[in-house]
Design a protein around this ligand. Structure first.
Ligand code: HMG
Ligand code: MG
Length: 285
């Protein structure tokens, strides 16, 4: 029997957060609803961050309120602090994510604090979520390279990953935020991370600026990772990682995994339709 790989759809958040023009809330809702119908089990819908930092996500509560909840789908949201967590919980998020960086430069630019300060800020968020019965996911950005600090030593990735696991994250998603990592860089980063964190608690989050994301998924699959973040139509990027492209597209990863003999549960025709709709929302070239 073929093995299952989870595709964690992050397009509505990681994709749309990077669009310059404000996208209508009803279109965000329509995109999430189309994605819910594709066989995805995990969808990151939005983020409860400061609207001064990411104006595109200012309608997070309205998006959460407007989507149709499909049984069996986990609807997740990014939460940078307790205030964000409380808003996400009130909006009915099934799962929240705390997001740290392996590099200081990106941490300062993205969440306005050091890596150590961010972990202190995330501790009460994780605790509140777990106490409320919600799962907490962690992100580590810049696992290979940082737009401000250059190459990231794998040890820093391993340390932050372990710290997030210790805060109670069920899984940590390793982000090549600027999408420039080579398969060799990912392999050596994983070798170090896996010394301290079990593979079943890791996911891969590869932006695809240089077309290397599928190779990075392949090398991660070889090391045993079975969950990958993708963005419908490859939408997006990060406002604080200038020049970075979106996450690798859901449709290319779904096709690649099917080709490699993995099961994803995705309906590829519906994914293709959702991708067509997502492209119509794109405002940033
Ligand atoms: P700050 O300016 O240091 O903190 O921001 P603050 O507490 O002074 O807050 C600034 C303003 O935001 C205040 O408003 C707060 O009330 C408000 P003012 O008093 O000036 O009117 N505020 C909030 N509003 C709504 N919801 C909240 C919230 N918190 C504060 N939760 C902060 C610190 C962390 C809030 C800010 O830096 C922030 O929101 N950053 C988020 C940046 C972001 O969303 N980046 C993109 C996502 S990360 C990513 O894409 C990477 C990832 O995909 C993985 C990868 O690819 O590597 C996950
Ligand atoms: Mg990202």
């Amino acid at each position: 029997m073929s093995e299952t790989v989870t595709i964690f759809e992050v397009g509505p958040r990681d994709g749309l957060q990077n669009e310059d023009a404000l996208i209508a809330t009803e279109n965000k809702i329509a995109l999430v609803d189309m994605l819910s119908d594709c066989g995805l089990s995990k969808i990151e819908v939005t983020s409860f961050v400061s609207p001064k930092w990411v104006p595109q996500m200012a309608d997070a509560a309205d998006v959460m309120a407007g989507i149709k909840r499909k049984p069996g789908v986990t609807y997740a949201a990014l939460t940078p602090n307790l205030r964000g967590f409380q808003a996400a919980q009130a909006a009915g998020a099934d799962e929240v994510a705390i997001f740290a960086s392996a590099s200081e430069g990106f941490s300062q630019h993205n969440i306005n604090c050091s890596v150590a300060e961010s972990l202190e800020r995330f501790a009460p968020v994780a605790k509140a979520a777990i106490d409320a019965g919600l799962q907490v996911r962690g992100y580590v950005s810049c696992v290979a390279e940082c737009p401000y600090d250059g190459l990231t030593p794998p040890q820093q990735v391993a340390d932050v990953t372990k710290a997030l696991i210790d805060l109670g994250c069920y899984q940590v998603s390793l982000g090549d935020t600027i999408g420039r990592a080579t398969a060799d860089q990912i392999a050596s980063m994983l070798e170090t991370v896996l010394l301290r964190t079990p593979v079943n608690q890791l996911a891969g989050h590869f932006h695809d600026t240089h077309g290397g994301a599928i190779s990075n998924i392949a090398v991660s699959l070889e090391r045993g990772i079975r969950c990958f973040d993708t963005s419908i139509a490859g939408l997006g990027g990060c406002p604080y990682a200038p020049g970075a492209a979106g996450n690798v597209s859901t449709e290319s990863v779904a096709a690649f995994l099917a080709d490699q003999g993995f099961k994803t549960g995705l309906d590829l025709q519906k994914i293709a339709k959702a991708a067509q709709f997502a492209i119509t929302l794109r405002t940033t070239t």
